[in-house]
Design a protein around this ligand. Structure first.
Ligand code: G6P
Length: 365
């Protein structure tokens, strides 16, 4: 067992540290650097992608958060309407042309019952389906019209970590591919995203190298009554994911939401005993979130900030910075949040790899 964990105390920590490798695998053989194009092994035709009115992303849990990130990538690059729904809530809805709609089911395991239900519902209506999964031969991969693998390698810890990053990167590649297929790809935008995707593993490594510092911060704040995670735009899914990670493994109350929504309710819960983790990176309108940070600080809440390198880590009592990576910066911020959740839970001696009441893959609706 110890050998399988590669010297780490838990699979989760091992898998957090495997992210640079997983991210290299996610893009391996898929970026033509000379042509500045994405080459995905897909059977859905370019003409079909070009004809789409709408892409519907369906998933559960962490995969749902990856979809929220993917939606923003797709919409910003490919000029296509994208919706995101929980597998359990999916309904085809009216006014859709099945011929011009694609449902993308995102599932690490490829076996989540709620996501399968959504994909089968779509299929029955004549909508074509694409599975984005980590698991070759899984039900999602077999039942969808086409499958795209995230190539992250096995994930054992119940709380998904490296597969979130790999899902977002795979959806980023899909976004470039769809944009290109539709003749919408702005060459400069495409070039920037592809080069940032290739720089991402190194950037993630710089965050991982600060593991010890994150542990100190986690130890200092672990006694909080509740934890709030805020971000904007590309950082909103990461705020949601940061809160989910913490609640799954530490059993502390944690909530993530768009920073702008703070004043519409959650602010009532902010005290000096509720640490706020704020993501102020590129792609996340950091100046506006900075104002929200000031609002919680004036109510005494301690703030852990993750900022861009060019930002102002120094403005916050506790800060971690992220190298310049455009809209992928929140993905690096997420690594700090994963480590934070891990160390809070570890300090409380929680069974991190097998949290109570949860399963790696939920095969009942
Ligand atoms: C379970 C796991 C989560 C996971 C979710 C969706 O709830 O505990 O970590 O995000 O299922 O799983 P999937 O395999 O469909 O991505």
């Amino acid at each position: 067992d110890a050998a399988e964990k590669g010297g780490y105390d838990h699979y989760m920590l091992k898998e957090i540290h495997e992210q640079p490798q997983a991210l290299r695998q996610a893009v391996a053989g898929r970026i033509d650097a000379v042509e500045e194009r994405v080459e995905l092994d897909r059977s859905l035709s370019t003409a079909f992608l070009d004809s789409l009115d709408e892409i519907q992303l369906v998933a559960c849990g962490t995969s749902y958060h990856a979809c929220l990130y993917g939606k923003q990538l797709l919409e910003s690059l490919a000029d296509v309407r994208v919706t995101v729904e929980f597998g359990s809530e999916y309904a085809v809805g009216s006014g859709r042309d099945p011929e011009r709609t694609l449902v993308v089911g995102v599932s690490q395991s490829g076996e989540t019952a709620d996501t399968l239900r959504a994909l089968r519902t779509a299929k029955r209506t004549g909508i074509r389906t694409l599975g984005v999964t980590n698991t070759v031969g899984s039900t999602v991969a077999r039942e969808c019209d086409d499958a795209l693998y995230i190539q992250a390698g096995p994930e054992i810890g119940v709380a998904a970590t490296k597969t979130f990053a790999s899902q977002v990167v795979t959806l980023a590649l899909l976004a470039v591919d769809v944009a290109d297929s539709r003749g919408e790809l702005d060459p400069a935008d495409g070039r920037e995203l592809l080069s940032n995707l290739q720089a991402l593993p190194g950037a993630v490594q710089t965050a991982l190298d600060r593991d010890r510092e994150v542990r100190e911060v986690a130890d200092a704040y672990a006694g909080g009554e509740a934890f709030f995670f805020i971000g904007r735009q590309f950082a909103t899914p990461v705020a949601l994911e940061g809160a989910l990670k913490l609640k799954e493994i530490s059993y502390d109350h944690a909530e993530g939401f768009p920073a702008g929504e703070l004043k519409h309710g959650p602010l009532a819960l902010i005290t000096e005993r509720t640490p706020v983790l704020a993501i102020l990176t590129d792609g996340a309108r950091p100046e506006e979130t900075h104002n929200n940070v000031k609002e919680v600080q004036s109510r005494g809440a301690p703030v852990v900030a993750v900022t861009s390198e060019t930002g102002r880590e120094g403005d916050y009592e506790v800060g971690f910075d992220v190298p310049d990576l455009g809209v992928l910066e929140p993905l690096v911020a997420n690594v700090y949040l994963q480590l934070f959740a891990y160390h809070v839970a570890d300090g409380k001696a929680r069974p991190i790899d097998r949290p109570r009441n949860l399963a790696k893959s939920v095969t009942v609706e």
